[in-house]
Design a protein around this ligand. Structure first.
Ligand code: F6P
Length: 560
C-alpha cells in the first residue's frame, strides 16, 4: 500500500476500485456454505493474528477478488499516507487544526517523536510518572484524606471520553483491581447519578478525580461542585473542625485536564492536577491521564501493560502488510457492508461478561468519530457513513435480540469477542462452565454463516406449514476475535484495534474522524432553553410550539 502523500480527501465513489465494487454488488450472491466447500483453505487464509488477537474473517461476506478491490480502494483514497501522517503528528484533525496523537500516549520511553516543537514522548512519560506516583500513594495508604484516614473509594467525575474509557476498563479488568479501593463513576447530570453513587460513601475516605479535557463541560463541572459540597457538608456533619474542612478539597480532589488554569480556578491544587494535550481526542483518551482512576485500580505496572497492548496494535496497524493488516481489513469490510450491502448497524457481542461496557465505549469511539455528513474539506458525502454500533454480552443477547440478527430482514454484521481463559473459572459439577459459554460463541457464528435449509428443517420432522418459520438463511456476516485472556494488554489491544478500524473507515469516507461538532448544537440549546425551564416567561415565549408545550407540561407536573 502506497504511503505517498495524496490530495485528501478523495471522493471514494470516484475511484476505480469503487466502480469495480459497485459492479460486483449487482450480481453478488453470498454463499458461505459454497465458499467454504469450494475452498478448504478459506478459514486459514482469512484468519489473522494481531498481537494476541486471533481474528477470523472467514465468515465475512467476501470472496474471490473482492478483498483485493477493497484493498485497492484503501490505496486509492490514501489510507496508508493518512495513517503515517497521523503517526507523525501532522494536523490531520483539519477542522480543529490539531494533530491526532493518541498513539503517542503509548510509545515506549525510548521512542522519539517531536511534534510542533514538543518532545511528545518526554512529556507523556513525565505525566505518566506523576500519575503513577499519585496512584501508588493512594494504593499504599500513604495518601490520606483531610481527617487522616486512608482512601477507600475513588470517584471519577467525567462524561463521554472522560468516563466511558475508564469505567469500561475498570469493569473489564475487575480481576486486577486493588482489593480494598473501589472506583465509582459519576457522569450524568441527572442528579440521581451523583446521589446514588455517593449515598453510602464516607466523605473522609472518598477521593474525587475530576476528569475533563476542556474543564468546561457542564455535566462534569456541575457534578464536581455537587461532590465538593457533599464532601464539605459531610465532613462538617461528622464534626470536623474548620482547618480540616479548609484542607479538604486539596486532600480529596485531583483533576485531569488539558486546561490546567481552569482546574486551579476550581480550587484544585495544581500539584494534584495531571495534564494532557489537545492532540488527544476525548474518545481516544483512556490511555492518557484520563485513565488515572484505572491506574489507581490496577496499579502502574498493569497500566503499563495496558499501554503496551495498545502500542502492539498501533505497531501492527502501522507496519503490517495491507493484506494482513487486521484493523485495515476490518475497516474495509465495514465499508463494504455499509456502502454496498446496506448495513446500517454493527453489533459488537463480547462473550466475556467483564466486557459488558465495551459496546457502550465503542459507541462513542465509532459514532462520534464517523457520524459525519460532510467530508473534511466541507464537500458533501457521496457515500453512507457511520454505522450504529451496539451490543450486549453473550449469551444474554442470544435471549433478547439475536432473533433479529438470525432471521430478520436486515444485514447486521457482528463482531464476536471471546477469551480462552476466564478471569473467574467455575465448574458446574464436572463441567467447566466457561466451555459451555464458549460453545455458544462458536455456535452463534456458525448458525449465522451457514443457517439451516428447509430440507434440514424437514429432516427434523417439522410440519410443512412451520418449515418457513424455522429456516435460517445463513450468509449473515460475522467476525470472531479470540484472545488468550482478558489481561490489561489484551484490553489495550482490543481498544487500539477498534480505534484503527474507525480510522480506516473515516479515511475511506474522507471525513474528519477527530472532531465532534455534532454535539454542540444540543449543548447551546440547553443553555438557551434553561431560563424557560426555570420560569422565565419571555424565554418560554421564544420557544417553538412543541418545545413550549413540553416545558409548560413539565412545569405543571413538577412539584416544588
Ligand atoms: O460529547 C462531546 C465531548 O466533547 C466528547 O468528545 C468528550 O469526550 C466529552 O464531551 C467530555 O468532554 P470533556 O472531557 O472536555 O469534559
Amino acid at each position: 500500500m502506497s504511503s505517498a502523500p495524496h490530495v485528501w480527501p478523495i471522493d471514494p465513489t470516484s475511484t476505480a476500485a469503487w466502480s469495480r465494487l459497485r459492479d460486483r454488488v449487482g450480481a453478488f450472491e453470498p454463499d458461505l456454505r459454497g465458499w467454504f466447500a469450494a475452498d478448504p483453505g478459506r478459514a486459514e487464509r482469512l484468519s489473522f493474528t494481531a498481537g494476541d488477537l486471533f481474528v477470523d474473517l472467514s465468515k465475512a461476506l467476501v470472496d474471490g477478488p473482492l478483498l483485493d478491490d477493497l484493498l485497492a480502494l484503501a490505496d486509492e483514497v490514501g489510507v496508508a499516507g493518512r495513517r503515517d501522517a497521523m503517526f507523525r503528528g501532522e494536523h490531520i484533525n483539519t477542522t480543529e487544526d490539531r494533530a491526532v496523537l493518541h498513539t503517542a500516549l503509548r510509545l515506549p520511553e525510548t521512542a522519539k517523536l517531536e511534534v510542533d516543537g514538543q518532545d511528545v514522548v518526554a512529556d507523556v512519560h513525565a505525566v505518566l510518572r506523576r500519575v503513577y506516583a499519585f496512584a501508588e500513594s493512594v494504593r499504599s495508604g500513604e495518601w490520606r484524606g483531610a481527617t487522616g484516614e486512608r482512601i477507600r473509594t475513588v470517584v471519577n467525575i467525567g462524561i463521554g471520553g472522560s468516563d466511558l474509557g475508564p469505567v469500561m476498563a475498570y469493569e473489564a479488568l475487575a480481576a486486577y483491581r486493588h482489593p480494598s479501593i473501589e472506583c465509582r463513576f459519576i457522569s450524568n447530570i441527572d442528579p440521581t447519578d451523583a446521589a446514588t453513587t455517593l449515598a453510602d460513601l464516607d466523605p473522609a475516605t472518598t477521593l474525587f478525580i475530576v476528569a475533563s479535557k476542556t474543564f468546561g463541560t457542564l455535566e462534569t463541572l456541575t457534578n464536581a461542585r455537587l461532590c465538593r459540597q457533599w464532601l464539605l457538608d459531610g465532613l462538617r456533619a461528622a464534626g470536623a473542625d474548620a482547618s480540616v474542612v479548609d484542607d479538604a478539597v486539596a486532600r480529596h480532589f485531583v483533576a485531569v485536564s488539558t486546561a490546567l488554569d481552569k482546574v486551579a480556578d476550581f480550587g484544585i491544587d495544581p500539584d494534584n492536577a495531571f495534564g494532557f494535550w489537545d492532540w488527544v481526542g476525548g474518545r481516544y483518551s483512556v490511555s492518557s491521564a484520563i485513565g488515572t482512576s484505572l491506574v489507581v485500580a490496577i496499579g502502574p505496572e498493569r497500566f503499563a501493560e495496558f499501554l503496551d497492548g495498545l502500542h502492539t496494535i498501533d505497531e501492527h496497524f502501522r507496519t503490517a502488510a495491507p493484506a494482513e493488516n487486521v484493523p485495515l481489513l476490518m475497516g474495509l469490510l465495514n465499508v463494504w457492508y455499509t456502502d454496498f450491502l446496506g448495513a446500517a448497524t454493527h453489533a459488537v457481542l463480547p462473550y466475556a461478561q467483564l466486557l459488558h461496557r465495551f459496546p457502550a465505549y465503542l459507541q462513542q469511539l465509532t459514532m462520534e468519530s464517523n457520524g459525519k455528513g460532510v467530508r473534511a474539506d466541507g464537500t458533501p458525502l457521496t457515500a453512507g457513513t457511520g454505522e450504529v454500533f451496539w451490543g450486549e454480552p453473550g449469551t444474554n443477547g442470544q435471549h433478547a435480540f439475536y432473533q433479529l440478527i438470525h432471521q430478520g430482514t436486515r444485514i447486521i454484521p457482528a463482531d464476536f469477542i471471546a477469551v480462552a481463559n476466564p478471569a473467574y473459572p467455575l465448574a458446574d459439577g464436572d463441567t467447566d462452565v466457561h466451555e459451555v459459554f464458549l460453545a455458544n460463541f462458536f455456535a452463534q457464528t456458525k448458525a449465522l454463516a451457514f443457517g439451516k435449509t428447509a430440507d434440514e428443517v424437514r429432516a427434523e420432522g417439522t410440519a410443512e406449514d412451520v418449515v418457513p418459520a424455522r429456516v435460517f438463511t445463513g450468509n449473515r456476516p460475522s467476525t470472531s476475535i479470540l484472545a488468550p485472556e482478558l489481561s490489561p494488554s489484551v484490553l489495550g489491544q482490543l481498544i487500539a484495534l477498534y480505534e484503527h478500524i474507525t480510522f480506516t473507515q473515516g479515511v475511506v469516507w474522507g471525513i474528519d474522524s477527530f472532531d465532534q461538532w455534532g454535539v454542540e448544537l444540543g449543548k447551546q440549546l440547553a443553555q438557551q432553553v434553561l431560563p424557560a425551564v426555570t420560569g422565565d416567561a419571555d424565554a418560554l415565549a421564544d420557544q417553538d410550539a412543541s418545545t413550549r408545550s413540553l416545558i409548560e407540561r413539565y412545569r405543571a407536573e413538577r412539584r416544588s
